[in-house]
Ligand binder design. Structure first.
Ligand code: SF4
Ligand code: SF4
Length: 366
């Protein structure tokens, strides 16, 4: 486990409180998107195809802090767009840190060297740097040469200044377990606190649809990675059961309210990934008015193939609380990497018919 004890304790206490209070739907991580504008245009991005008037919108410092207070989650992830473009980001981060919430400031690192002195190292602040692999893979993923080298220099600079730094890695088509293992070894050598790793969600809005890995290919890829990782000491910022789920050993429904999203439109229903399902005016309205039963891989074709941590990490944490011995067992031995996978539940929106990938609607744009 790579997360510091202070954070484990704070999050653990929060979870126990929710259980003691009998709260059924509680947030774990607030996804705060104060802007969609980015200084890159990655092939698998589902956030940057808005018209300029939307890309120019910003959440104010007050709107961000109100969202943090309204939601109450112990952790706040700030993705985007590129958050470092937001001129008031230092004040937003300072306000969240002052509330003793753990903030993950996600960045592609292009502006980190220039902006780093606007931030103070804190146990509550982590720079989560976007890196999808080693040089060749990452530069291809972000569609721009040289970004990997800039990100690595920025990571070294941030570590040298005493900041907490993690890497946020998304896996796409064409990855091999060996390639990912080499990247994770490299990340550990850099000295980062941990790596979050997940398969890319097939955004309908992404410029390219052929980059996403799906279904059993994803599980086989993760099994291959974890097999290679058995003798290595990788620090992955996930619960043991979420990793086990990625390897095809757990059958989970998603828990979209675990990572609620506040962006320039309001509170996005139902999750960070689906953009066209409407917005709520408040967190309470999001919880009360979202038709949660409509979402999840077996319930909604838009969710097909989703295994993202913003949907399933909270499910794994719930499972860990309900079945601590199972959680402990998987933590100790690592995810199972051979033998049968759990049976895939058939989507109920097909009326019980088996579906194939080719039946899932995919929007393709040139
Ligand atoms: S994936 Fe991240 S870095 Fe890439 S264009 Fe989208 S917001 Fe920017
Ligand atoms: S499965 Fe859950 S997290 Fe994934 S897109 Fe659907 S609602 Fe969102």
């Amino acid at each position: 486990m790579s997360v510091p004890l202070r954070q484990q304790w704070a999050v653990g206490s929060y979870l126990v409180k929710q259980k003691l209070k009998g709260v059924k739907k509680y947030p774990l991580v607030l996804m705060l998107e104060p802007l969609f504008r980015c200084n890159l245009a990655c092939a698998g991005c589902g956030k940057i195809d808005y018209p300029d008037d939307i890309l120019d919108k910003r959440l104010s410092v007050q709107e961000c802090l109100d969202a943090v207070d309204e939601c109450g989650a112990p952790m706040v992830s700030i993705p985007g767009g590129e958050p470092l473009i937001h001129k008031e980001m230092p004040q937003i981060v300072e306000g969240i840190v002052a509330r003793k919430k753990f903030v993950y400031l996600c960045t592609n690192a292009l502006l980190l060297r220039k902006r780093i002195n606007d931030y103070k190292p804190s146990p509550y602040l982590t720079f989560s740097v976007h890196l999808d692999g080693l040089k060749h893979r990452h530069d291809a993923s972000v569609c721009q040469d040289g970004v990997f080298d800039i990100a690595i220099e920025a990571i070294k600079l941030a570590l040298g200044k005493g900041f907490r730094v993690t890497i946020n890695c998304t896996l796409f088509q064409g990855e091999t377990p060996e390639e990912v293992a080499e990247f994770l070894d490299y990340a550990m050598d850099l000295g980062v606190e941990g790596v979050t790793i997940a398969p890319g969600f097939s955004y309908e809005r992404a410029p390219r649809q052929d980059v996403f890995i799906r279904g059993v290919d994803t599980k086989n890829l993760f099994r291959g990675i974890f097999k290679l990782g058995k003798k290595r000491k990788w620090k992955l910022n996930h619960s043991a059961l979420y990793l086990d789920y990625l390897a095809g050993n757990q059958s989970y429904d998603c828990t979209p309210w675990g990572n609620p999203t506040r962006n320039v439109f309001g509170w996005q229903k139902p999750c960070y990934l689906l953009a066209d399902e409407g917005n709520a005016a408040s967190f309470k309205e999001l919880l009360d008015d979202t038709p949660w039963d409509k979402y999840g891989t077996v319930k909604n074709p838009k969710c097909a193939n989703c295994m993202a941590h913003c949907g399933y990490e909270a499910t794994a944490v719930e499972d860990m609380l309900a079945n601590p011995l199972k959680g402990l067992w998987v933590s100790l031995r690592g995810p199972k990497t051979s033998g049968d996978m759990v049976a895939e539940t058939q989507p109920n929106y097909t009326g019980g018919r088996k579906t194939s990938i080719s039946e899932i609607p995919v929007k393709i744009e040139s």
